[in-house]
Design a protein around this ligand. Sequence first.
Ligand SMILES: [Zn+2]
Length: 273
Amino acid sequence: MPELPEVETIRRDLEPLIVGRTVERVRIHPGAERLAVTDAPRDLERALRGRRVEAVGRHGKYLLLRLDDGRTWVMHLRMTGSLVHASADAPAHRFERARIDLDDGSTVRFNDLRKFGTWHLVEDPLEAMPNSGPDALSEEFTPAWLLGCLRRRSVAVKAVLLDQAVAAGVGNIYADEACWIAAIDPRTPASRIGPTRAARLHAAVLQTLEESLGDRGSSFSDYRDGLGAQGLHHVRVHVFRREGQPCGRCGRTIEKRRVAGRGTHFCPGCQRK
Ligand SMILES: [Zn+2]
């Protein structure tokens, strides 16, 4: 699933290409009707036609297209969605679910193998992002905030990191990577993490997100940036999908276990409970 670095890379790619552009036509293809959450597909297509894009923002894993009528077009890529800017005559991807034609003759294609992606058209973006806490790269996400979130919970640290109310934008890849960087076992009960380790974990979250952003995200499966290219960070991860390989810090074999309902990768040698 695209997480914060992947969605932010797409945002940065699309921003100069679509801000100031007017939507000439939107087509949600047959079979992709579930993409449209707030309106029926034809109504959503009609509502978006003629709107100018004024800004492209992001909160957590949500892309926020602010329109000239004051409303926000909120997009979530879920498991396999991607948004790719392309010329009008570029052939459709096999899993193209929707197409946006802009007034400069270019297009944005929404490709999504699994079809879990969502579009909301709302007055207030918060309507589309219930239970979303501070963005993990915002000033509101602080060591004290993270410590407060960990203290109140008896679940595994991994579960707290995956909670979008705690650090919006962190998903399975970067939760595992952050735990490794902080040398914390992801299975550790959250309430056992004190101020020192919480501060280390907070710094680790920022580090892994920023490093991946510098690599334009990770392409473990379907992720493509706003221009259709892969990210580069998946070859630089420490533990994610590296089970059976040696830990780069202590040499022990990296393990994969189910934690918080998700496949979780960690080193049993240097990540402590
Ligand atoms: Zn290790």
